[in-house]
Design a protein around this ligand. Structure first.
Ligand code: MG
Length: 372
């Protein structure tokens, strides 16, 4: 089958380019080069040891930020290919979207944000951008990875107006109320499809939630019935996987159909048209409701499960102890994190902590606070 050409409203080339001009890559597209740079970054490798929901050392089979990011890229690429959008760009955004996450998942981010409240706050989307723009020190000619504008705008999913004003080109859309490319919109919803479904899978595997509880969630129940009718004697692990893969498929299929409908109604002629209309990548109204029901279930029964809460509380304590110790006495910091300008010290401590893996943060806490 011949390669499908990109739709006219896809991002085909980088219209806004890189901050530092570089020769065009040979034999690969600009967005493939972005993806390759992301994969070779130190921050990407650290994703392997960062929590999604379960702390990294709790079990070898649970998702980490790394496997999560790979699943997001897989789902995003499928959607992009079907819609004749730029798969390479979706992949680059997906693989980079969580680079700025702290150790210990959302508990870690909340704790660091609280520590940084008098110093501009801490937000993982902004931090992901900071990783690729500034913090990676790998190239001779520039700090960061010098990624294309379109990849960077996709990484910056959300942003306050106050922060947007300081972010130049990628901040402008928040101020001007514009949308990002369809590729960025896909990566955003692929993220949601991936985590809702793998959290069901990991939640069941951990025993914190059960199939009986999930039978109250319509999206899960409908597929449970389908699989049980077809395979009445299926072992539980296979049953769960068969349900989860069907749920992902239903969400992806619905998203593609609704997005095709929205594009058909709105008829964007190019990428600039995409930016001026409401988001075109979307679930149907019915699927939004089913998806919301699943999210509410996960929040109530998994993310607030007492065993997850215990770990979250410990995580908050570790992050805030580290922050207080390092800002209170900078002699405790590795020299490269001691700021020349004292006003920037808190931000450098935040960069140091955000870059830690779960186990590194635990060890660092032990080194600083254990007496024996
Ligand atoms: Mg994510």
């Amino acid at each position: 089958m011949p390669e499908k050409t990109l739709a006219p409203y896809a991002v085909s080339v980088s219209a806004h380019g890189r901050q530092f001009a570089e020769p065009a890559p040979l034999g690969r597209s600009e967005f493939q080069r972005d993806r390759d740079r992301i994969i070779h970054s130190g921050a990407f490798r650290r994703l392997e040891y960062k929590t999604q929901v379960f702390v990294n050392h709790e079990g070898d089979l649970f998702r980490t930020r790394l496997t999560h990011s790979i699943e997001v890229a897989q789902i995003g690429r499928s959607i992009a290919r079907h819609l004749r959008l730029n798969e390479d760009l979706v992949e680059a955004i997906s693989l980079a979207h969580d680079l700025g996450h702290t150790p210990f998942g959302h508990a870690g981010q909340e704790a660091l944000n609280a520590c940084m409240k008098d110093h501009g706050g801490f937000e993982h989307n902004l931090q992901s951008l900071r990783v690729v723009d500034v913090l990676e020190e790998r190239y001779a000619a520039f700090d960061g990875l010098n990624l294309c504008f379109e990849t960077r705008e996709g990484i910056l999913k959300h942003c306050s107006l106050e922060h947007a004003a300081q972010l130049g080109d990628v901040g402008a859309r928040f101020i001007n109320d514009k949308r990002p490319s369809l590729e960025a919109q896909i990566a955003n919803l692929a993220d949601e499809i991936a985590y809702n479904n793998h959290d069901v899978d990991d939640g069941l595997r951990s025993g914190l939630i059960t199939i009986d509880q999930l039978a109250s969630v319509r999206l899960f129940a409908s597929q449970l019935n389908v699989v049980r009718a077809e395979y009445p004697n299926l072992a539980e692990r296979r049953l769960i996987h068969e349900i989860v893969r069907r749920m992902i498929n239903i969400l992806v299929t619905d998203l593609i159909a609704q997005t095709e409908h929205n594009i058909g109604t709105c008829t964007p002629q190019n990428v600039d048209d995409v930016r001026t209309v409401p988001p075109l990548v979307a679930f149907s109204t019915e699927m939004q409701e089913l998806n919301r029901e699943l999210k509410v279930f996960l929040r109530t029964h998994l993310y607030r499960h007492y065993r997850v809460m215990r770990m979250s509380t410990k995580a908050r304590r570790i992050i805030s102890d580290l922050f207080q110790a390092f800002t209170g006495d900078t002699r405790l910091l590795p020299p490269q994190f001691v700021a020349k300008d004292e006003a920037k010290q808190a931000r450098q401590v935040a960069d140091y902590i955000a870059g830690m893996t779960d186990r590194y943060a635990i060890r660092e806490h032990r080194r600083l606070f254990a007496v024996e």
